[in-house]
Design a protein around this ligand. Structure first.
Ligand SMILES: [Zn+2]
Length: 169
């Protein structure tokens, strides 16, 4: 295996650990870590429902922490690992923060803005582009999401059955 891929997988596993924290609190499991000079300087996981805040995406939480740690809004030299392709908001923030490199687990055909719906990370028209690597531990990342949504559907079905049963009483 290529040395770079090994490193990518190592940090993607850390992002998956973050995603599992979201999973544990019934949030869509998306996790993120930011690496600078070979160290993780920030972590984040999706907390949108918990915080009741659309800004609580894993990536934005991690960007906020990384900026605090480095004492700079510029995250040049940083690599962000995300279990799922970022949305338009987070892709915008990644470019605004000048994150140098982005490593993605699975792609998000319906909403991703790093190559699926749009590719905000690699637009030459902007003053900054990020280097993008896709498909690192893809299967593990997408399985985590599909399991989450399957369980959610089953939970909703059960709740519906329960409320129907109660109506019949
Ligand atoms: Zn986002």
């Amino acid at each position: 295996m290529e040395e770079n891929t090994k490193i990518h997988e190592k940090y993607m596993r850390e992002a998956i650990r973050q995603a599992k924290k979201a999973y544990a609190i019934d949030e869509v499991p998306i996790g993120c870590v930011i690496v600078y000079e070979g160290r993780i300087i920030a972590r984040g996981y999706n907390r949108r429902n918990t915080d009741k805040n659309t800004l609580s995406h894993a990536e934005l939480i991690a960007i906020r922490k990384a900026s605090k740690k480095l004492g700079d809004w510029r995250l040049e030299g940083c690599t962000m690992y995300i279990t799922l392709e970022p949305c338009q908001m987070c892709s915008g923030a990644i470019i605004q923060a000048r994150v140098s490199e982005v490593v993605i687990g699975s792609m998000n055909g319906k909403a991703g803005c790093a190559g699926s719906v749009l590719n905000l990370l690699e637009m030459e028209e902007f003053n900054h582009q990020a280097a993008v690597t896709r498909g690192i531990l893809d299967e593990e990342c997408s399985l985590m999401l599909s399991t989450f949504f399957r369980e959610l559907r089953e939970k909703k079905k059960l709740e519906k059955q329960k409320s129907n049963n109660e109506k019949e009483k």
